[in-house]
Design a protein around this ligand. Sequence first.
Ligand code: CMC
Length: 434
Amino acid sequence: MSAGNIESAKIIIDGKEYLAPVFCGSEGERAIDMMKFRAQTGYITYDDGYGNTGSCTSGITFIDGEKGILRYRGYPIEELAARSNFIESAYLVIYGRLPNSKELEDFRNNILVNAGIHEGLRNSFAGFPPSAHPMAVLSAMLNALGCYHPELSSNNRKQDLENFDKTATVLISKVRALAAMSYRFRQGFPVIYPKRGYNYCENFLHMMFSMPGEDTQVHPDIAKVLDILLLLHLDHEQNCSTSTVRMVGSGGANLFASVSAGVCALWGPMHGGANQAVIEMLTEIEATGDDGSKFVQRAKTGEVRLMGFGHRVYKNYDPRAKILREQCHKVVDTLGAGDPLLKIAHRLEDIALNDEYFQKRNLYPNVDFYSGIILRALGIPLNMFPVIFAMGRMPGWIAQWHEMASRPGGKIHRPRQIYTGECIKKFVPLMERE
Ligand code: CMC
């Protein structure tokens, strides 16, 4: 599709003109197609951090960062959070349309019956020290999981695509089981399996906190808040971890290996580790008796970052944060305990939103600002917060891998670089170097 009546962009280098095709997405986003630019001119385009680079076209998620809009497969996030649930929206994200009741029932059932973990894989937990971060464990276990399903992880693209439906439900089910098991192994607690009659999030809380013969009482409101939180994390177009999943998959790697790499990419504090970092920041602020203003001053000098604030794409309030802000109060009300960190979080938000530094740079609270507080209220251990993010993001990674893998003529992702190192013609043997 051309961009309105503009067909091409003219680039002039050294007096010579080059015409690059221009095209347009379904929401009017415009792009200059630079795929043949180097071959025609000898130049590459330089874009450190990829802030201005479209690595693919995609029909999964739409974000308008200026207006604060997020849609999955065309549906506004606010509609889905209010009327759908995590599993139904996961189906939507993966298959591109809402399921009918039979499809949804089958999808749910396949997720339930795939929760079992092979005894050999289960034994692998013993190989990690108790201090291992659960994201390191999760990434390793997801990759190892592929070894227990060789028919689904063949690295034969045709076969991996033919088995895609099965792989998708195995991963959505087992990421939950592996997450809960890694926590329980660290605690020395026995493994708990999901129950029929519980939904995805009720079962996760059951698998985390029940004891043999003594089921934890899962409050439906609490499970619902967790469900909304996962739904809000489902997909977010070409972010760091999703690009990693597509990048790894572009070389022909199977879905298990690709999402395992996605977990590593998500782990960092600037990405999915931010929910953990938010609580660490709020705890530090509380411990020093600061009301938030001193920390904000330090953030303005660049000494620290206000975790849970700012976003590469949103230059307006993150729509996911808006929804979670409301949910945050529900959790705190239902659990009946006023978290002192919530008060500090609100104060910090007020101070930052009214400060010129943050206003000028369009720095608003992002999804992690409130998800950290909610997960803490649910009793989820701090280092498990990014694992919850990974559970929510799993269907998005699955959908993005599938979109990438099923594209005819798809290319391996291989960016260029500008070399800035030396050029030394002659090797100096060791003897002559001393
Ligand atoms: N606190 C203080 N200053 C900030 C912050 C922050 N959280 N974020 C950006 N800035 C400043 C930054 O110093 C720079 O200022 P200047 O123009 O004077 O040099 C300006 O804002 C632009 O920053 P940037 O680093 O170029 O922006 P980016 O788009 O590369 O970074 C970000 C986006 C999310 C990595 C960054 O805002 C950040 O580190 N935020 C804190 C971590 C966080 O909450 N991450 C979760 C993101 S949402 C979950 C997800 O989707 O991954």
